[in-house]
Structure formats: C-alpha cells, structure tokens
Design a protein around this ligand. Structure first.
Ligand SMILES: Cc1cc2nc3c(=O)[nH]c(=O)nc-3n(C[C@H](O)[C@H](O)[C@H](O)COP(=O)(O)OP(=O)(O)OC[C@H]3O[C@@H](n4cnc5c(N)ncnc54)[C@H](O)[C@@H]3O)c2cc1C
Length: 466
C-alpha cells in the first residue's frame, strides 16, 4: 500500500502535465503508465506526424530549389530515403522521451509501470500493488477508430499509429486515406509531397477538413492539395476493403457513381475513441457516456466519483495535447483547493500542419452569423507579402471575423507558418480585442505577421497595402 497526494492514471500529455504541475506545487504524485510516458502525442501522434510533415517540407524545398537558383546535375532527382526519414523522426521522439523521463524523475514523480484499474474504494490497482491517493486523475487517452470492412492489419490497412511508426523500406506507391479530418489531411499532405499517389476519401460533403475550420480557409487547403496531385473525393462512402494479389481494392460510391481503386496501402483516419474500457470505472462509480467518454464537470474536471478527476482525450472536449495540458492545470488547481480558471473550449487554438498550414481560434464566419452576431469580415492574402515571396510560399490568407463595431470573434489562417502566427490571433480572440486595438500594434517588416496587421487596419475602412 502506498500513499500519495495524487495518483495519475495514464502518462500522455494530460497525465505527465498533471504530474509535473502537481509536483511543482509540492504534491507527492504517482504516475501509472502501461506503455511509455509521452502517450499518443509523443509516440504516435503530434511529434512523429509533424516530423514527417517537416520531412515533406524539406523534400518540397529540394524539388523547388531551382526557383532559388540552385541546379541539380542533369538527370539527378531527389529521392526519399524512407528509413532515414523515420530514423530522424525516431531520434526526435527518443530525445523528447528521455527529456520527459528525466524531468519526471527530477520532480520526484513516482512512475509506476503497468495498467491501472480503479478499485471500488477509489484506490488504483497496478498488478499486485495498490496506490492510494487523496485524489486520482484519469488520463487514459484515446485510440483510433475503425469500422467493419476496414479491419486494421497494421501492414496494408493501417491507422496513424502505424503510419507514424513505419518499418517499411520504402513508401508505398499508392495510398488511399479514408477520412479528410485533421489526421487524414496531414497524412494526405505528407504522402502527396513525398510522391505517393494519394486518394483522399471523405464521407462528408467537403473533402478536406469538413468539420472545424472556416470553410473558405479549408477550401484553400483543399485546392492546394488537389493542385499538388491529391485525388480528393468528397461525399464518398467507402465499402468493404478487399485484399488482392497487388494490394487493396477500395470500393466507394460518390456523386459520380460507384468506383473501385486499387492501392498498396489504406490509412484509416476516421476519428478516435476514448480508451476507457477495462479500468474499473463503472465499479468505482465513475460515470461514462454512451460513447464511453468519462463525464466531468469542466469547471474542475471532477467526475461523478468524489476525488476522481478525468482530463484529456478520455473526456468529451477537443482532442488536442494542449487542451489536455490546460485541463491538467484545472484539475490540479481543484485538487489543491484553489479556484481553477476553466478552459474556454469555444476559443482554443487549432492547428492543422498540412501544406499550407491551417490554424484558427474562435468562431468561423458561419458560426458567428448562426450565433446571431452581425459581423464584419476582412481578409488579407499572403500573395503580396514580401516575406511570403522571399520564402517562396504565398498561398493563403488571414481572415478575421469581428462583431460589427465590436471585438474579434474568430481568427483564421491558411498559409506559411500559420501554426506560429496563430498565437497573436489566439490572444486577440481570448482578450476580446477590438480590431483597432490590434491594428495599433506594430508588426515587424518584412514578416508574415504583417498580413495580420494589414487585415486589422482594413476594419477602419482605410488600408496600407491591402
Ligand atoms: C496522428 C496524430 C497527430 C496528432 N497531432 C496533434 C497535434 O499536432 N497537436 C495536438 O494538440 N494534438 C495532436 N494529436 C492529438 C494528441 O495526440 C492527443 O490529444 C493527446 O495525446 C491526448 O493526450 P492524453 O494524455 O489525453 O492521452 P494519450 O496521449 O492517448 O495518453 C494516454 C496514455 O495513457 C496510457 N493508459 C491508458 N489507460 C491506462 C491505464 N489504465 N493504465 C496505465 N496507462 C494507461 C496509454 O498507454 C497512453 O500512454 C494528434 C493525434 C494523432 C493520432
């Protein structure tokens, strides 16, 4: 029997952030992880996926190096050394894993290896150990979803878990990505840029990012992918996948009728589900929804069982690592008896690391209008931005949605380094800044951020370069 202030179950972003933040506040924390600390994000998600996207970015730059005045000798073409790309990615993951393990050690967090199960009396059993805490935080995360007819074999029919941990010698020639959401779009972008013939099949009427971002912004990504060769089929209903001697046959129906394509690999990216089975939740009195999300009061992240909290992908809030971090802080504040500042889920930052990148915070134009706001919308393209021309990447725009004579409600980007540029828009939305207030701030020249300043100035009815 061990005694802790907090027992954390699951060592992904939600779990390790709870442990680190709790320990920094002086709490004695145990962290239970059945796999590797870092969770999906570090080992199968954010980090490896972004490392692959960066490799694709470099490959694109090499292919277009002629635009910058560099010449490859005649007949020489850049090719992908897939094992080397994966080795670089694995190196980054390994370094971050080592760093995180060291940080947990230095903060004196007790890491317990094994699967944690809640017991009826609110303790956590791990093998034959029982860990008791004044509080428990469940951070069990999520796993990829699949459907009947799309049985995952990890080789020809895969999920992002396999795509981020490929042990193939070379990329497949032809891939079908099923699902045009964030994960599907990011992998379609990687595969397309690395020269794989990529077909993207999405059941909803818009083929790329059908849910979430502002439509205008998402459509610019869709067009950019299509121009680079991604074969995008919206409103496509995929049937049962069949293996044949050459690969996988993917049947689908769309507006144009029924079709079949043959590919070497299928990436199923139709969403994720909470990983909340077989951990004693019901026995311990922790209420779980029909879709198996743990039910919480988001002002404290408390579950239906006193002193048991849940955060991250296992609760029904945006499935993002940084949301899990923020929820960890809320739960730890509640455990410390302080007053947490709850996460404002309608205004969290979202980033899709495709090429071009898409990023936003707050309401889309359609959402703002549906919510009854009278809105004013201004946009500014990167096409005339000096820095965008210098880096050779002018596709995209800034779009700002504000209440008429009122604050900024939504900030939307598609284009180069949108992921980094979002920080300013995120602050503007969450500070409920007026466009005129942001317009008064200076943006360095030459920089991509000037496009943000230009957009804000346009709200005054005047403009600089717009
Ligand atoms: C391909 C891909 C790309 C992504 N890219 C991004 C991105 O760019 N930005 C972003 O913000 N988010 C991204 N995400 C989402 C992000 O990975 C998740 O939101 C985040 O990992 C959730 O953190 P978590 O702690 O809730 O769960 P997880 O990261 O899933 O961690 C849960 C951990 O708990 C462990 N566990 C579960 N149950 C038990 C148990 N009973 N006992 C012991 N251990 C247990 C698991 O082994 C796992 O390590 C991406 C996801 C994928 C799949």
């Amino acid at each position: 029997m061990s005694d802790y202030d907090v027992v954390v179950v699951g060592g992904g972003p939600g779990g390790y952030a709870s442990a680190l933040y709790g320990a920094s506040a002086g709490l004695n924390v145990a962290l239970v992880e059945e796999n590797k600390v870092g969770g999906c994000c570090l080992h199968r998600g954010c980090i490896p996926a972004k490392a692959l996207l960066q490799a694709a970015e470099v490959f694109r730059a090499v292919k277009h190096s002629g635009d910058f005045g560099f010449r490859l000798p005649d007949g020489v073409q850049a090719t992908t050394d897939w094992p080397a790309v994966n080795a670089r990615k694995a190196g980054i993951v390994g370094q971050l894993h080592k760093g995180l393990s060291g940080l947990l050690r230095r903060r004196k967090v007790t890491v317990v290896e094994g699967r944690g199960r809640l017991t009826g009396d609110g303790a956590v059993a791990v093998g034959d150990q029982t860990l008791r805490g004044r509080a428990v935080i469940i951070c069990a995360g999520s796993v990829p979803r699949s459907l009947p007819g799309m049985e995952i074999d990890g080789d020809r029919i895969i999920t992002s878990d396999h795509a981020t941990n490929s042990d193939r010698d070379a990329l497949p020639d032809r891939v079908a990505v099923i699902g045009g959401g964030v994960i599907g779009a990011e992998f379609a972008s990687v595969f397309t840029d690395l020269g794989v013939h990529t077909t993207l099949l999405e059941a909803l009427p818009h083929g790329v990012l059908p849910i979430g971002p502002d439509r205008q912004v998402a459509d610019i990504l869709g067009l950019a992918l299509a121009r680079r060769g991604t074969d995008i089929h919206p409103a496509a209903r995929v049937g049962t996948l069949e293996h044949n001697r050459n690969g996988i046959v993917v049947p689908f129906e769309h507006a144009g009728g029924a079709e079949k394509i043959e590919v070497d690999q299928v990436l199923v990216a139709i969403g994720r589900r909470p990983f909340t089975e077989d951990m004693g939740l019901e026995e311990a009195g922790v209420r779980v929804s029909e879709r198996r999300f743990i039910e919480v009061d988001t002002t404290t992240m408390a579950t239906s069982r006193p002193n048991v909290y849940a955060i991250g992908d296992c609760v029904d809030t945006p499935g993002l690592a940084h949301v899990a971090y923020a929820e960890a802080i809320v739960a730890v504040h509640a455990i410390l008896g302080e007053t947490p500042v709850p996460v404002d889920y309608a205004r969290v930052p979202w980033v899709v690391y495709t090429h071009p990148e898409v990023a936003w915070a707050g309401l889309t134009e359609a959402e703002a209008r549906e919510a009854g706001h009278t809105v004013e919308v201004h946009k500014h393209s990167f096409a005339g931005n000096g820095r965008a021309m210098i880096i050779g990447d002018t596709d995209g725009m800034v779009k700002v949605v504000a209440a008429t004579d009122g604050p900024i409600l939504g900030f939307h980007l598609v284009g180069p380094w949108a992921s980094e540029l979002l920080a300013e828009g995120y602050l503007a939305v969450n500070w409920e800044a007026l466009p005129s207030e942001v317009a008064a701030f200076i943006h360095p020249h030459p920089s991509l951020s000037e496009a943000i300043g230009e957009t804000m100035i346009t709200f005054s009815g005047r403009s600089l370069h717009g």
